[in-house]
Design a protein around this ligand. Structure first.
Ligand SMILES: Nc1ncnc2c1ncn2[C@@H]1O[C@H](COP(=O)(O)OP(=O)(O)O)[C@@H](O)[C@H]1O
Ligand SMILES: [Mg+2]
Length: 347
């Protein structure tokens, strides 16, 4: 049984989702016999010892400082130690290698991917470059850098139109929850969509819009994959509102796929997991293109939504791994990985 620092909230557009995920993880870890210290990070980046009876958890309470490199939590005059961290943080400043680097510096185990894999997977452009180079098909895309856009927007617009045609999806390279993303069906709307995406990042992707189904696979160390799940939307795409605000979308697991197609997408997900050097967990998302019936890699989430009704836990539940067991496995995998890395020669 471990003493787990459950870190949630964070400086990201996915702050609220994280607060909800933390409630479910807390309950599951306690059920498995772990001791849990819930610490919430507010939108300014300050840490607080949270009240575990709150629903959802809130990033409020007594102020907490993580001391580096002792890895002790200072609360007032008290110092609290922990065995393993579970950062259920989504998006920038949490899922992107920053918090992972802090725990590396403290030499404590933490759930999920390491520094390189976390930051790589946060950047959609670099992720697609690496995945494509490994031979897994991805959606075609054009990358635009802020300085190129500032110097000559017409050049970028021309390149997109020539290379991709329409419709396209415009997205900030490093974001999540569909924030800053738009679907564009003609050249006239492109400028506004790209300018909007540049509000969130200095690098923007424009991708061919795929007509097809959205298939997601959960992967754990092994790599071993869950049954594929499917995001089902009411005709549109999976917007922020569809994800969190309205009920125009649902997640179905297992997805209705032939056995061959299901195995194929699982193989692809496991390949991506290895190629990107992911560890702990990841949800790997694909499009299943209508017509060609090809799977096209879309993106990786190294800390996917983790409420009990989120896709990743649901896909694992349909694969026979219930929510409490899933959380317990992740904590144990974090400790094992830390031990394994600790045995590596340093000189
Ligand atoms: N190339 C594309 N073709 C079709 N739909 C897309 C494409 N890119 C994104 N989408 C839609 O936008 C949603 C969010 O895009 P995604 O790249 O997954 O970003 P996020 O990290 O915000 O989830 C997807 O779930 C899908 O519904
Ligand atoms: Mg997505």
């Amino acid at each position: 049984m471990a003493k787990v620092l459950l870190l949630f909230g964070g400086r990201s557009s996915e702050h609220e989702v994280s607060c909800s995920s933390a409630v479910a993880i807390h309950e599951a870890l306690v059920e498995s016999g772990h001791r849990v210290i819930p610490v919430g990070i507010d939108r300014e980046g300050d840490w607080y010892l949270a009240d575990a009876s709150g629903r959802p958890f809130k990033a409020q309470g007594r102020s907490v400082q993580l001391m580096i490199p002792s890895a002790m939590l200072r609360v007032g005059n008290d110092e609290i130690g922990f065995d393993v961290a579970f950062p259920v943080l989504h998006g920038p400043y949490g899922e992107d290698g920053t918090v992972q680097g802090t725990f590396e510096t403290c030499d404590v185990p933490y759930v999920g991917c390491g520094v390189l894999a976390s930051s790589l997977a946060m950047d959609k452009d670099l992720t697609k470059q690496v995945v494509a180079a490994s031979g897994v098909a991805t959606t075609r895309w054009v990358t635009i850098r802020k300085h190129e856009w500032m110097e000559d927007p017409a050049l970028s617009i021309g390149e997109v139109s020539r290379a991709l045609g329409f419709s396209v999806f415009v997205k900030p390279s490093a974001q999540g929850s569909s924030v800053g993303i738009s679907k564009v069906s003609g050249e006239g709307e492109l400028k506004e969509a790209i300018s909007n995406a540049f509000r969130y990042d200095v690098k923007v992707l424009v991708e061919e819009a795929i007509t097809g189904r959205e298939i997601e696979v959960g992967v754990l160390d092994g790599p071993v994959s869950s049954v594929p799940g499917e995001v089902i939307t009411d005709g549109g795409w999976y917007t922020y509102d569809a994800k969190y605000e309205d009920d125009t979308s649902s997640f179905e697991a297992p997805a209705q796929l032939s056995q061959d197609a299901a195995r194929h997408v699982q193989d692809l997900a496991e390949r991506v997991f290895e190629t990107l050097g992911l560890s702990g967990l990841a949800r790997i998302d694909f499009f299943y293109e209508t017509g060609s019936r090809r799977f096209l890699f879309n993106e990786v989430n190294t800390m996917p939504g983790f409420t009990s009704i989120s896709g990743f836990p649901k896909a694992w539940a349909s694969s026979g791994v219930a929510y409490p067991e899933l959380c317990d496995r992740l904590v144990n995998a974090a400790i094992d990985r830390h031990e394994e890395r600790g045995r590596l020669a340093v000189r």
